[in-house]
Ligand binder design. Structure first.
Ligand SMILES: Cc1ncc(COP(=O)(O)O)c(C=O)c1O
Length: 369
Protein backbone atom coordinates (compact mmCIF):
# COMPACT_ATOMS: atom_id res chain seq x y z
CA UNK A 1 0.00 0.00 0.00
CA UNK A 2 1.36 3.39 -0.99
CA UNK A 3 2.57 5.66 1.82
CA UNK A 4 1.44 8.91 0.24
CA UNK A 5 -1.61 10.14 -1.62
CA UNK A 6 -3.14 7.43 -3.78
CA UNK A 7 -6.54 6.53 -5.16
CA UNK A 8 -7.96 3.04 -5.00
CA UNK A 9 -10.43 2.12 -7.73
CA UNK A 10 -13.07 -0.48 -7.12
CA UNK A 11 -13.66 -1.66 -10.66
CA UNK A 12 -16.37 -4.15 -9.72
CA UNK A 13 -18.45 -1.14 -8.67
CA UNK A 14 -18.29 0.31 -12.20
CA UNK A 15 -20.10 -2.69 -13.63
CA UNK A 16 -22.67 -2.60 -10.80
CA UNK A 17 -23.27 1.09 -11.47
CA UNK A 18 -23.85 0.24 -15.14
CA UNK A 19 -26.42 -2.32 -14.00
CA UNK A 20 -28.08 0.49 -12.04
CA UNK A 21 -28.24 2.57 -15.24
CA UNK A 22 -29.95 -0.35 -16.97
CA UNK A 23 -32.36 -0.60 -14.04
CA UNK A 24 -33.52 2.96 -14.72
CA UNK A 25 -33.63 2.59 -18.51
CA UNK A 26 -33.98 -1.13 -19.31
CA UNK A 27 -34.89 -0.64 -22.96
CA UNK A 28 -32.14 1.84 -23.74
CA UNK A 29 -28.67 1.24 -25.09
CA UNK A 30 -25.96 2.77 -22.92
CA UNK A 31 -23.27 5.09 -24.24
CA UNK A 32 -20.90 5.30 -21.26
CA UNK A 33 -19.26 8.71 -20.95
CA UNK A 34 -15.57 8.22 -20.23
CA UNK A 35 -14.11 11.55 -21.33
CA UNK A 36 -11.52 13.42 -19.26
CA UNK A 37 -9.68 10.21 -18.39
CA UNK A 38 -12.97 8.65 -17.34
CA UNK A 39 -13.60 11.47 -14.87
CA UNK A 40 -10.12 10.91 -13.42
CA UNK A 41 -10.47 7.14 -13.07
CA UNK A 42 -8.39 6.15 -16.14
CA UNK A 43 -9.78 6.07 -19.68
CA UNK A 44 -8.67 2.61 -20.81
CA UNK A 45 -9.09 1.02 -17.40
CA UNK A 46 -12.71 2.11 -17.19
CA UNK A 47 -13.43 1.14 -20.80
CA UNK A 48 -12.13 -2.35 -20.03
CA UNK A 49 -14.33 -2.49 -16.95
CA UNK A 50 -17.40 -1.91 -19.10
CA UNK A 51 -17.40 -4.75 -21.65
CA UNK A 52 -21.20 -4.58 -21.72
CA UNK A 53 -21.47 -0.89 -22.57
CA UNK A 54 -23.10 -0.51 -25.99
CA UNK A 55 -20.83 2.43 -26.86
CA UNK A 56 -18.50 4.95 -25.29
CA UNK A 57 -18.49 8.73 -25.51
CA UNK A 58 -15.31 10.77 -25.28
CA UNK A 59 -14.89 14.50 -25.74
CA UNK A 60 -12.01 14.59 -28.18
CA UNK A 61 -10.40 12.71 -31.03
CA UNK A 62 -7.22 11.97 -29.01
CA UNK A 63 -9.27 10.14 -26.39
CA UNK A 64 -10.92 8.01 -29.06
CA UNK A 65 -7.55 7.20 -30.62
CA UNK A 66 -6.17 6.16 -27.21
CA UNK A 67 -9.09 3.75 -26.79
CA UNK A 68 -8.57 2.24 -30.24
CA UNK A 69 -4.81 1.91 -29.59
CA UNK A 70 -5.64 -0.01 -26.42
CA UNK A 71 -7.76 -2.40 -28.46
CA UNK A 72 -11.19 -1.19 -27.35
CA UNK A 73 -13.56 -2.47 -30.04
CA UNK A 74 -16.92 -0.99 -29.01
CA UNK A 75 -18.53 1.96 -30.80
CA UNK A 76 -16.96 5.26 -29.76
CA UNK A 77 -18.68 8.63 -30.23
CA UNK A 78 -16.53 11.76 -30.16
CA UNK A 79 -18.61 14.55 -28.65
CA UNK A 80 -16.63 17.48 -30.07
CA UNK A 81 -16.29 15.78 -33.45
CA UNK A 82 -13.84 17.10 -36.01
CA UNK A 83 -12.79 20.67 -36.79
CA UNK A 84 -10.88 20.05 -40.05
CA UNK A 85 -10.40 17.50 -42.81
CA UNK A 86 -7.40 15.85 -41.10
CA UNK A 87 -9.45 15.12 -37.99
CA UNK A 88 -12.37 13.92 -40.11
CA UNK A 89 -10.13 11.44 -41.92
CA UNK A 90 -8.72 10.24 -38.57
CA UNK A 91 -12.27 9.51 -37.37
CA UNK A 92 -12.88 7.48 -40.52
CA UNK A 93 -9.57 5.60 -40.29
CA UNK A 94 -10.15 4.54 -36.69
CA UNK A 95 -13.88 3.88 -36.77
CA UNK A 96 -14.71 6.80 -34.47
CA UNK A 97 -18.18 8.34 -34.73
CA UNK A 98 -18.07 12.14 -34.70
CA UNK A 99 -20.90 14.27 -33.38
CA UNK A 100 -22.07 16.71 -36.07
CA UNK A 101 -22.96 19.89 -34.22
CA UNK A 102 -22.24 22.64 -36.77
CA UNK A 103 -22.98 23.20 -40.49
CA UNK A 104 -19.25 23.72 -41.11
CA UNK A 105 -18.69 20.04 -40.34
CA UNK A 106 -21.19 19.12 -43.05
CA UNK A 107 -19.20 21.24 -45.54
CA UNK A 108 -16.14 19.14 -44.60
CA UNK A 109 -18.09 15.88 -45.00
CA UNK A 110 -19.23 17.01 -48.46
CA UNK A 111 -15.72 18.05 -49.51
CA UNK A 112 -13.46 15.36 -48.06
CA UNK A 113 -12.99 12.02 -49.83
CA UNK A 114 -13.39 9.10 -47.37
CA UNK A 115 -12.70 5.40 -48.03
CA UNK A 116 -16.18 4.37 -46.85
CA UNK A 117 -19.32 6.01 -45.47
CA UNK A 118 -18.78 7.22 -41.92
CA UNK A 119 -21.18 6.65 -39.01
CA UNK A 120 -21.95 10.03 -37.42
CA UNK A 121 -24.35 11.39 -34.81
CA UNK A 122 -26.24 14.62 -35.37
CA UNK A 123 -26.67 16.83 -32.32
CA UNK A 124 -29.51 19.27 -31.82
CA UNK A 125 -29.11 22.30 -29.58
CA UNK A 126 -32.48 22.02 -27.84
CA UNK A 127 -31.79 24.87 -25.42
CA UNK A 128 -28.45 24.41 -23.70
CA UNK A 129 -26.75 26.68 -26.26
CA UNK A 130 -23.39 25.00 -26.20
CA UNK A 131 -22.74 22.53 -29.06
CA UNK A 132 -25.51 21.49 -31.43
CA UNK A 133 -27.38 22.44 -34.58
CA UNK A 134 -29.95 25.15 -33.91
CA UNK A 135 -33.60 24.15 -34.43
CA UNK A 136 -33.93 26.63 -37.30
CA UNK A 137 -31.00 25.06 -39.22
CA UNK A 138 -31.70 21.45 -38.23
CA UNK A 139 -33.96 20.35 -41.13
CA UNK A 140 -31.62 21.70 -43.79
CA UNK A 141 -28.59 20.16 -42.08
CA UNK A 142 -30.28 16.76 -41.77
CA UNK A 143 -31.27 16.91 -45.44
CA UNK A 144 -27.63 17.59 -46.37
CA UNK A 145 -26.40 14.76 -44.14
CA UNK A 146 -28.91 12.34 -45.66
CA UNK A 147 -27.81 13.35 -49.15
CA UNK A 148 -24.10 13.12 -48.33
CA UNK A 149 -22.47 9.92 -49.67
CA UNK A 150 -19.72 10.16 -47.02
CA UNK A 151 -22.29 9.59 -44.25
CA UNK A 152 -23.73 6.18 -43.43
CA UNK A 153 -27.49 5.95 -42.76
CA UNK A 154 -29.59 5.95 -40.66
CA UNK A 155 -28.26 8.91 -38.67
CA UNK A 156 -28.94 8.90 -34.91
CA UNK A 157 -29.68 12.23 -33.25
CA UNK A 158 -28.75 13.35 -29.75
CA UNK A 159 -29.24 16.36 -27.55
CA UNK A 160 -27.81 17.35 -24.18
CA UNK A 161 -29.72 18.63 -21.15
CA UNK A 162 -28.53 21.71 -19.29
CA UNK A 163 -30.50 21.48 -16.05
CA UNK A 164 -31.61 17.88 -15.58
CA UNK A 165 -30.18 17.90 -12.04
CA UNK A 166 -32.62 20.70 -11.12
CA UNK A 167 -35.85 18.83 -10.58
CA UNK A 168 -38.12 21.88 -10.50
CA UNK A 169 -36.59 23.56 -13.53
CA UNK A 170 -38.91 23.75 -16.55
CA UNK A 171 -36.03 23.80 -19.05
CA UNK A 172 -35.77 20.00 -19.29
CA UNK A 173 -39.37 19.60 -20.46
CA UNK A 174 -38.87 22.52 -22.86
CA UNK A 175 -35.72 20.88 -24.26
CA UNK A 176 -37.59 17.58 -24.69
CA UNK A 177 -40.37 19.40 -26.57
CA UNK A 178 -37.91 21.23 -28.85
CA UNK A 179 -36.14 17.91 -29.54
CA UNK A 180 -39.44 16.16 -30.30
CA UNK A 181 -40.56 18.93 -32.67
CA UNK A 182 -37.25 18.95 -34.53
CA UNK A 183 -37.49 15.22 -35.11
CA UNK A 184 -41.06 15.40 -36.39
CA UNK A 185 -41.20 13.35 -39.58
CA UNK A 186 -37.83 11.69 -38.95
CA UNK A 187 -37.63 8.39 -37.06
CA UNK A 188 -34.01 8.34 -35.93
CA UNK A 189 -32.51 6.57 -32.96
CA UNK A 190 -32.36 9.22 -30.28
CA UNK A 191 -29.92 9.83 -27.44
CA UNK A 192 -30.78 12.08 -24.51
CA UNK A 193 -30.42 11.13 -20.85
CA UNK A 194 -27.25 12.02 -18.98
CA UNK A 195 -27.14 10.67 -15.40
CA UNK A 196 -29.56 13.20 -13.94
CA UNK A 197 -31.81 12.94 -16.97
CA UNK A 198 -32.16 9.19 -17.01
CA UNK A 199 -32.59 9.00 -13.25
CA UNK A 200 -35.20 11.74 -12.89
CA UNK A 201 -36.87 12.45 -16.24
CA UNK A 202 -38.62 9.50 -17.88
CA UNK A 203 -38.85 11.33 -21.22
CA UNK A 204 -35.07 11.18 -21.56
CA UNK A 205 -34.95 7.36 -21.51
CA UNK A 206 -35.05 6.91 -25.26
CA UNK A 207 -33.13 4.52 -27.55
CA UNK A 208 -29.80 5.68 -26.07
CA UNK A 209 -28.85 7.10 -22.69
CA UNK A 210 -25.50 8.75 -22.02
CA UNK A 211 -24.52 8.51 -18.35
CA UNK A 212 -21.21 9.66 -16.94
CA UNK A 213 -21.01 10.57 -13.27
CA UNK A 214 -23.33 7.80 -12.04
CA UNK A 215 -21.01 5.13 -13.48
CA UNK A 216 -18.41 6.36 -11.03
CA UNK A 217 -20.84 5.97 -8.14
CA UNK A 218 -21.56 9.64 -7.66
CA UNK A 219 -24.94 11.35 -7.60
CA UNK A 220 -25.63 14.02 -10.20
CA UNK A 221 -28.04 15.76 -7.83
CA UNK A 222 -27.16 18.50 -5.36
CA UNK A 223 -27.56 17.41 -1.73
CA UNK A 224 -27.63 13.71 -2.56
CA UNK A 225 -24.87 11.12 -2.62
CA UNK A 226 -24.22 8.08 -4.80
CA UNK A 227 -25.26 5.59 -2.11
CA UNK A 228 -28.54 7.56 -1.63
CA UNK A 229 -29.24 6.69 -5.26
CA UNK A 230 -28.10 3.06 -5.08
CA UNK A 231 -24.68 3.76 -6.59
CA UNK A 232 -21.28 2.61 -5.34
CA UNK A 233 -18.36 5.05 -5.30
CA UNK A 234 -15.53 3.71 -7.44
CA UNK A 235 -12.68 5.95 -6.26
CA UNK A 236 -11.41 6.29 -2.71
CA UNK A 237 -8.75 8.98 -2.31
CA UNK A 238 -6.37 8.14 0.53
CA UNK A 239 -3.20 9.25 2.25
CA UNK A 240 -1.40 8.98 5.62
CA UNK A 241 -0.76 11.10 8.66
CA UNK A 242 2.89 12.13 8.58
CA UNK A 243 3.11 14.24 11.77
CA UNK A 244 1.15 14.97 14.93
CA UNK A 245 1.87 17.74 17.44
CA UNK A 246 0.24 19.54 20.31
CA UNK A 247 -0.51 23.26 19.82
CA UNK A 248 -1.71 25.84 22.32
CA UNK A 249 -4.86 27.92 22.13
CA UNK A 250 -4.02 31.00 20.03
CA UNK A 251 -1.39 29.30 17.85
CA UNK A 252 -1.77 30.05 14.12
CA UNK A 253 -1.70 27.17 11.64
CA UNK A 254 -0.37 27.17 8.07
CA UNK A 255 0.11 29.79 5.34
CA UNK A 256 -1.37 33.14 6.18
CA UNK A 257 -1.96 32.02 9.76
CA UNK A 258 -5.66 32.01 8.90
CA UNK A 259 -6.52 29.35 11.44
CA UNK A 260 -6.03 30.33 15.06
CA UNK A 261 -6.45 27.38 17.44
CA UNK A 262 -9.50 28.18 19.56
CA UNK A 263 -8.41 25.62 22.17
CA UNK A 264 -5.38 23.40 22.82
CA UNK A 265 -5.27 21.42 19.61
CA UNK A 266 -3.82 18.06 18.65
CA UNK A 267 -2.71 18.90 15.11
CA UNK A 268 -2.36 16.23 12.45
CA UNK A 269 -0.53 16.75 9.16
CA UNK A 270 -1.59 14.55 6.25
CA UNK A 271 0.37 14.02 3.03
CA UNK A 272 -1.97 15.43 0.42
CA UNK A 273 -2.47 18.88 -1.06
CA UNK A 274 -3.57 20.76 -4.13
CA UNK A 275 -0.56 19.28 -5.93
CA UNK A 276 -2.48 16.01 -5.74
CA UNK A 277 -5.84 17.49 -6.65
CA UNK A 278 -7.18 17.97 -3.13
CA UNK A 279 -9.16 21.19 -3.53
CA UNK A 280 -7.27 24.28 -2.38
CA UNK A 281 -10.57 25.95 -1.58
CA UNK A 282 -11.70 23.27 0.88
CA UNK A 283 -12.85 25.23 3.90
CA UNK A 284 -11.93 24.60 7.54
CA UNK A 285 -14.40 22.00 8.75
CA UNK A 286 -14.18 19.89 5.58
CA UNK A 287 -14.34 16.31 6.90
CA UNK A 288 -11.71 13.62 6.38
CA UNK A 289 -11.76 10.14 7.92
CA UNK A 290 -9.11 8.98 10.38
CA UNK A 291 -9.67 5.57 11.96
CA UNK A 292 -13.18 5.71 10.54
CA UNK A 293 -13.90 8.92 12.42
CA UNK A 294 -14.66 12.29 10.82
CA UNK A 295 -12.16 14.96 11.77
CA UNK A 296 -12.08 18.52 10.43
CA UNK A 297 -9.60 20.19 8.13
CA UNK A 298 -8.12 23.34 9.67
CA UNK A 299 -5.92 26.02 8.08
CA UNK A 300 -5.21 26.45 4.39
CA UNK A 301 -4.62 23.54 2.03
CA UNK A 302 -0.99 23.61 0.85
CA UNK A 303 0.59 21.97 -2.19
CA UNK A 304 1.58 18.72 -0.46
CA UNK A 305 -0.09 18.81 2.95
CA UNK A 306 -3.28 19.48 4.82
CA UNK A 307 -3.70 20.09 8.54
CA UNK A 308 -6.35 18.42 10.68
CA UNK A 309 -7.74 18.89 14.16
CA UNK A 310 -7.22 15.50 15.85
CA UNK A 311 -8.23 16.72 19.30
CA UNK A 312 -11.32 14.50 19.29
CA UNK A 313 -9.42 11.55 17.82
CA UNK A 314 -6.87 10.87 20.55
CA UNK A 315 -6.00 7.40 19.26
CA UNK A 316 -4.77 8.73 15.88
CA UNK A 317 -1.11 8.04 15.19
CA UNK A 318 1.46 8.91 12.57
CA UNK A 319 1.07 6.55 9.58
CA UNK A 320 -2.67 6.14 10.14
CA UNK A 321 -4.62 6.15 6.92
CA UNK A 322 -6.60 9.29 6.06
CA UNK A 323 -9.54 8.99 3.68
CA UNK A 324 -10.20 12.20 1.76
CA UNK A 325 -13.26 10.96 -0.11
CA UNK A 326 -14.82 7.75 -1.34
CA UNK A 327 -15.66 4.88 0.98
CA UNK A 328 -17.80 6.23 3.85
CA UNK A 329 -17.05 9.85 2.93
CA UNK A 330 -18.96 10.98 -0.15
CA UNK A 331 -17.05 13.14 -2.61
CA UNK A 332 -20.31 15.09 -2.96
CA UNK A 333 -19.91 16.28 0.63
CA UNK A 334 -16.28 17.30 0.18
CA UNK A 335 -17.22 19.18 -3.00
CA UNK A 336 -19.81 21.21 -1.09
CA UNK A 337 -17.17 22.22 1.45
CA UNK A 338 -14.94 23.38 -1.41
CA UNK A 339 -17.75 25.25 -3.21
CA UNK A 340 -17.46 23.03 -6.26
CA UNK A 341 -18.99 19.90 -7.79
CA UNK A 342 -17.83 16.28 -7.51
CA UNK A 343 -17.02 16.17 -11.23
CA UNK A 344 -14.36 18.83 -10.64
CA UNK A 345 -12.76 16.92 -7.76
CA UNK A 346 -12.67 13.57 -9.58
CA UNK A 347 -11.22 15.07 -12.77
CA UNK A 348 -8.74 17.13 -10.78
CA UNK A 349 -6.69 14.29 -9.26
CA UNK A 350 -3.17 14.90 -10.60
CA UNK A 351 -0.80 12.45 -12.31
CA UNK A 352 1.43 12.03 -9.25
CA UNK A 353 -1.40 10.28 -7.43
CA UNK A 354 -0.97 6.57 -7.93
CA UNK A 355 -4.16 4.79 -9.00
CA UNK A 356 -4.45 1.30 -7.57
CA UNK A 357 -7.07 -1.12 -8.86
CA UNK A 358 -8.84 -3.20 -6.29
CA UNK A 359 -11.57 -5.78 -6.73
CA UNK A 360 -11.71 -9.07 -8.54
CA UNK A 361 -10.60 -7.95 -11.97
CA UNK A 362 -7.22 -6.36 -12.54
CA UNK A 363 -5.88 -6.75 -16.09
CA UNK A 364 -2.90 -4.52 -15.51
CA UNK A 365 -0.90 -5.77 -12.53
CA UNK A 366 1.13 -2.56 -12.46
CA UNK A 367 -0.66 0.36 -10.84
CA UNK A 368 -0.69 3.27 -13.26
CA UNK A 369 -1.22 6.94 -12.91
C1 LIG B 1 -22.74 15.68 -24.12
C2 LIG B 1 -22.67 14.97 -22.80
N1 LIG B 1 -23.43 13.88 -22.61
C3 LIG B 1 -23.42 13.22 -21.44
C4 LIG B 1 -22.62 13.62 -20.39
C5 LIG B 1 -22.65 12.86 -19.09
O1 LIG B 1 -23.16 13.65 -18.05
P1 LIG B 1 -23.21 13.11 -16.55
O2 LIG B 1 -21.79 12.88 -16.16
O3 LIG B 1 -23.82 14.24 -15.79
O4 LIG B 1 -24.02 11.87 -16.58
C6 LIG B 1 -21.81 14.75 -20.55
C7 LIG B 1 -20.98 15.21 -19.43
O5 LIG B 1 -20.55 16.29 -19.29
C8 LIG B 1 -21.84 15.45 -21.79
O6 LIG B 1 -21.08 16.54 -21.99
Amino acid sequence: MSGSAHATLNLAAVARNLARVRGFAPAAKVMAVIKADAYGHGLVRIARSLPDADAFAVARLDEGLALRQAGIAQRIAVLQGFANARELVAHAQHGLEPIIHAPRQIDLLEQTPLPAPLAVWAKLDSGMHRLGLLPEEFDACMARLHACPAVSKPIPVMTHLANADMLQDPLTERQLAVFGQALDGLRPERGIGNSAGLMAWTGTRVEWVRPGIMLYGVSPFPYRTGPDDGLEPVMTFRTRLIAIKQLRAGDAVGYGGDWICPHPTRLGVAAVGYGDGYPRHAQPGTPVLVRGQRVPLIGRVSMDMITLDLTDCPAAQVEDEVILWGEDLPVEEVARHAATIPYDLLCGITPRVQRIEIGPRSRDPNPTT
